[in-house]
Design a protein around this ligand. Sequence first.
Ligand code: GAR
Length: 210
Amino acid sequence: MNNTKNVVVLASGGGTNLQALIDAQNRGELGCGRITCVIASKADAYALTRARENGIKTRTLIRKDYTDVDKYSEDMLALLLEEKADVIVYAGFMTILGESVCDAFPNKMVNVHPALIPSFCGKGYYGLRVHEEALKKGVKVSGATVHFVTAECDAGPIILQKAVEVLDDDTPETLQRRIMEQAEWKLLPKAVALLCDEKIVVENGKTYIK
Ligand code: GAR
């Protein structure tokens, strides 16, 4: 029986989380997952270059070509179905897709968020802004969360979290980098492997690892 799962990665920027997934796949650490396509929301997303350099198919669906997120979501859903996606990964993907997409892939889409949800999350909290707010608040630890994507932004069941120390002299950039290195790049491939290997159970909004 072929258990291979088609993993489609959505990205908007630098793609360091995509790189972590590619590296994990190359080390044989993505379980039954195989990255089959990267879809970017920006034409100049460096994630596209990373994918091409690794022989992974790329597609673009440019967010700024759309005024309406519903139409964008509809077209994204069509692409995901065309690509026969089994598992979808938001790896620095900055668009909140509509309910139709979430409904089509229940507990099959995961997102990495650069904070310990439910802190510093929800609409408006993305990229460096998350770290700016964490530093403004003076938290002593932040971290990363991988969770299932639902229609409500950053509110789906939590799969993995890891705390990272905040230092007195951190800038948003240094904190972002430490959280990526110590948490995001480790958690995301691990969560994707668990999902592809069907080891995550969701019950009453919580996840359990089998
Ligand atoms: C990452 O820190 C990711 O957690 C964050 O954007 C960065 C993308 O970096 N995502 C969000 O803020 C989503 N709300 P990358 O393109 O190098 O992976």
